[in-house]
Design a binder for this molecule. Structure first.
Ligand code: SF4
Length: 243
C-alpha cells in the first residue's frame, strides 16, 4: 500500500541525459558538465559563496552563471575534473525534489504584504513529501507585484493584506499558461491544506510527465476545485462574489 503522497501509478520520468549523475550535476551538449549547488529560494551564505569561488579559481574554470531560477551554476567542467570539483566543493546542502522560487517578501521589501521567504521554505519542505508525476515549479511573491512570477508557475502564491492567493496550473514555457486562482485570503496552514488535496488529485489522475498546465487543460479547473472541501469553495465563492 503506498504511503501518503506517494505515487501509485506514475512517477516522474528520469532524464536519460543526466541518469546516474549526482543531484545538481548536468551533462552539457559539448561533453562538459555543470554543477548547480543547492540554493534554497536564491539565498546563499558567504561561506558557500567563498567555496564556489575557491573551486572556480583552483580548477581554473571559466565562469559562474546566475540561472533564471535564482541559483549559481558552474558550467563547462571537463569530465576528467568533475569528481575532483565535486569533492573540493563538498556537500552543498540537502537535495530537494521540487523547485521553489520566492521574492524577498515583507521582511526586507517595503512593498511586501507577506513573508514569502518563510512561506517558500515551508512550501519546499511540504512539496518534498510528494512523489509527483512531473516537476512542479512554485513561485511565492510577497505582494501583488508578483516578482516571483507566481502566475506562470505550477503553484503560485501571492501575498495580500488578508492572506495568500493560491494559483495552480501556470507555465512559462513555449505554451504559456496563466495559473487559475484556487483560493484567496487564506492562512499559511490553509495554503498547505488546500495544496495537499489538489496535489493528491494531480498525483492520482495525471499522466506520467504531465505538467500541471496541461493537466488542468485536460481535466478542467472545476474538477480540481471540487477536491477542495465544500466549505473552502463556499468561502471563496462568497469572497469572489460568485454566489
Ligand atoms: S513581489 Fe512584492 S514583496 Fe516581493 S519583491 Fe516584489 S514588490 Fe517586493
Amino acid at each position: 500500500m503506498p504511503l501518503p503522497h506517494q505515487s501509485r501509478n506514475h512517477t516522474m520520468p528520469e532524464n536519460k541525459e543526466n541518469a546516474g549523475l549526482p543531484k545538481g550535476v548536468r551533462r552539457q551538449r559539448n561533453g562538459c558538465y555543470s554543477i548547480t549547488p543547492r540554493m534554497p529560494l536564491g539565498v546563499v551564505s558567504a561561506e558557500k559563496l567563498a567555496r564556489i569561488q575557491h573551486v572556480v579559481e583552483v580548477f581554473q574554470l571559466e565562469e559562474i552563471r546566475v540561472t533564471a531560477g535564482q541559483r549559481l551554476m558552474i558550467p563547462n567542467i571537463p569530465k576528467e575534473r568533475l569528481q575532483a570539483v565535486l569533492e573540493t566543493l563538498g556537500l552543498m546542502g540537502d537535495t530537494c525534489k521540487q523547485y521553489v522560487q520566492a521574492c524577498p517578501g515583507a521582511v526586507t521589501c517595503r512593498m511586501g504584504m507577506r513573508d514569502s521567504q518563510t512561506m517558500g521554505l515551508e512550501l519546499e519542505s511540504f512539496l518534498n513529501q510528494f512523489d509527483l508525476p512531473a516537476k512542479v515549479k512554485s513561485g511565492v511573491a510577497g505582494c501583488s507585484m508578483c516578482c516571483a512570477e507566481s502566475y506562470v508557475r505550477d503553484i503560485g502564491l501571492v501575498g495580500r493584506k488578508n492572506g495568500w492567493t493560491i494559483l495552480f496550473g501556470g507555465n512559462a514555457g513555449k505554451r504559456v499558461r496563466k495559473g487559475d486562482e484556487l483560493a484567496r485570503n487564506v492562512s499559511e496552514d490553509e495554503v498547505l491544506d488546500i495544496l495537499a488535496k489538489v496535489l493528491d488529485f494531480y498525483r492520482e489522475n495525471a499522466k506520467a510527465g504531465e505538467r500541471t498546465a496541461r493537466f488542468v487543460e485536460r481535466v478542467g479547473i472545476e474538477s480540481i476545485r471540487r477536491v477542495m472541501s465544500k466549505a473552502e469553495i463556499q468561502e471563496q465563492d462568497g469572497e469572489n462574489g460568485h454566489v
